[in-house]
Write a protein that binds this ligand. Sequence first.
Ligand SMILES: [Zn+2]
Length: 138
Amino acid sequence: MHELSLALNVVDFLVRLAHDQGLCRITAAFIEIGEMTHIDPRQLKFSLKMASEGTPAEGCKFHVKKGRASIKCNGCGNSTVLDAKDMIAQYELKCPKCGGLDVEIEKGRELVLKRVKGSKKAVAGSGASSDNLSHADS
Ligand SMILES: [Zn+2]
């Protein structure tokens, strides 16, 4: 299961982040996955929930969304953000500028952790909490 190993990596990172920042809990994480990864967002969310059990990221709200992929043409150097629907429909990687087929995937194969919210206080129960990194009492 590809998603599970990714989830374990993400949770591992969150746990270290919580430790470094002195956070009791990770409350939300915003993850973007590239269009070309073939990761199922729902499967990933499920895996993240499982992987985070018993860690400071337990109960964390995981937001997973697909990010746009882009290609770079080796012929003319043009870089193009792919429209997901077009790409899936024709599944052909072609430079829209010069029509060249010598293109490489520039973006879209990665998983990016865009933003993380955490709380320095222990949260009673789970659910709605507006605590975030910029809301530290000091
Ligand atoms: Zn081109």
